[in-house]
Design a protein. Structure first.
Length: 112
């Protein structure tokens, strides 16, 4: 029987995925994508902006957590000494970005 060495994943690959999720969240909140997606033609713009402001604030809590986890995971001493902890932080950041986007999406649909 042959013995296989464990496969290591470079932390750069999931970090790039996290940055893309962060860009999607940023554009949805700050570039008007959320307004275009979740504000109907029959709803007043002021009411919709108030609703999206609350949803964006709640979603922003998870986005801040995700950004902090991504930044901590990419610290060079952590990557060199503890690569498995770095990947755990990256995984936590990915989960936080997905929760932030989910809160934004569900919150936008529920208020519609």
């Amino acid at each position: 029987m042959t013995r296989r060495d464990p496969v290591t994943v470079s932390p750069v690959i999931p970090a790039v995925a996290n940055m893309l999720l962060g860009c999607l969240w940023t554009f949805s909140v700050f570039a008007g994508w959320g307004f275009e997606a979740f504000c109907g033609s029959g709803e007043s713009p002021d009411r919709c902006m108030d609703r999206l402001g609350v949803v964006s604030t709640l979603s922003g809590l998870f986005a801040i957590l995700a950004a902090c986890c991504t930044a901590a995971a990419l610290l060079p001493p952590l990557i060199r000494r503890y690569p498995e902890k770095s990947l755990l932080l990256i995984g936590g950041a990915t989960a936080s970005w997905l929760i932030a986007l989910g809160v934004l999406y569900v919150g936008g649909l529920v208020g519609r």
